[in-house]
Design a protein around this ligand. Structure first.
Ligand SMILES: Nc1nc2c(ncn2[C@@H]2O[C@H](COP(=O)(O)OP(=O)(O)OP(=O)(O)O)[C@@H](O)[C@H]2O)c(=O)[nH]1
Ligand SMILES: [Mg+2]
Length: 301
């Protein structure tokens, strides 16, 4: 063994990112690892699966787990499953990052705190710093919030504008155990290209559809192949909707909307995979899927 290369000060561990829907958890994770692997949108309930993002430098490796926003309002089988994913994700991690929006500490945030295991350190991260112009008001808001829970530390960031992200990483490092890196240094996620392709389509659907539709929709990869000679990807993706009229909405007038969704998704995939992509997206109707437990299992949710 080469003793010189052995670094006993190195740290490595798991950090779960939790919070109510739409506080900016996925945006934060993408900035922490410097690559867009978790999809984001203005709408709540964008993230449905746990997504792992890996940050590595000379002193530490931080394995972040982005989780779905914890649901407190609408009860259905899908939301119960999402919440179950959150409570599972926080068990066994070394640190929990609890994200809220600056100047908004609501009962939905408190419900998330109640789900957290008692013996894991919780770092309080106040996001959307850009929305809190008055620093005195912000300081008072933070002081009040800190009275409600025994946080291990507090940090303010703006995930969207990449502010104070480095500070958050440095704050987290000493909270991780001494250990060698678990993943290769160039690995940024443990998710497959297949999963990332599906997520990219879901993000475009969120972006181009009205308020109601995305909640009754899911995306399935039907075929995913890479040509061994040319390196070109062929990806076939089905969008599941609840009703016939929703199918028409997704397709849009003379197919315009679906075309825009497919084109943007293909361009993003080409950037992420660094290859040419042939992408085919189509729509299938399957009513009541969000309440069908067996079907949720099939989808891996
Ligand atoms: N102004 C401002 N907006 C932000 C900031 N960070 C995130 N956002 C916006 O907040 C919205 C939600 O961001 P997401 O990252 O999708 O939030 P999330 O917590 O992962 O949401 P779910 O997965 O639905 O629980 C998006 O429109 C982001 O652009 C920030 O620092 N400032
Ligand atoms: Mg998210």
């Amino acid at each position: 063994m080469n003793l010189e290369s052995e670094n006993t000060d190195y740290r490595c561990g798991f950090v779960a990112i939790v919070g109510r829907p739409n506080v900016g958890k996925s945006t934060l994770m993408n900035h922490l690892i410097g690559q867009k692997i978790s999809i984001t949108s203005k709408k709540a309930q964008t993230t449905r699966h746990k997504v792992t993002g890996i940050y590595t430098d000379d002193t530490a490796q931080l394995v972040f787990v982005d989780t779905p926003g914890y649901q407190t309002y609408h009860r259905n089988a899908l939301n119960d499953r999402l919440n179950q994913n959150v409570t599972e994700a926080v068990h066994g991690v070394d640190v929990i990052v609890f994200v809220i929006e600056a100047l908004r500490f609501t009962d939905a945030d408190r419900t998330v705190l109640e789900q957290l295991p008692k013996h894991t350190p919780v770092v309080f991260v106040v996001n959307k710093l850009d929305k809190a112009k008055d620093r005195m008001v912000l300081a008072e808001f933070i002081a009040n919030a800190e009275k409600e829970y025994q946080f291990a530390a507090t940090e303010v960031v703006s995930a969207k504008h990449g502010q104070r992200i480095g500070q958050l990483i440095e704050l987290l490092k000493p909270m991780l155990p001494h250990s060698e890196a678990m993943y290769p240094e160039d690995m940024v996620t443990d998710k497959s290209s297949r999963f990332l392709a599906m997520e990219i389509v879901r993000e475009k659907l969120f972006r181009y559809l009205g308020e109601e539709l995305p909640y009754a929709m899911n995306v399935e990869v039907e075929q995913f192949e890479i040509d061994p000679e040319t390196g070109m990807y062929s990806i076939y993706i089905a969008v599941l909707v609840d009703r016939d009229n929703q199918k028409a909405i997704v397709i849009g007038k003379s197919g315009e909307r679906l075309k825009k969704i497919s084109t943007e998704a293909r361009v993003d995939m080409e950037t992420l995979f660094d290859a040419k992509v042939f992408l085919k997206v189509w729509i299938k109707v399957k009513s009541g899927w969000a309440d069908d437990i067996r079907f949720l299992n099939e989808l891996g949710l």
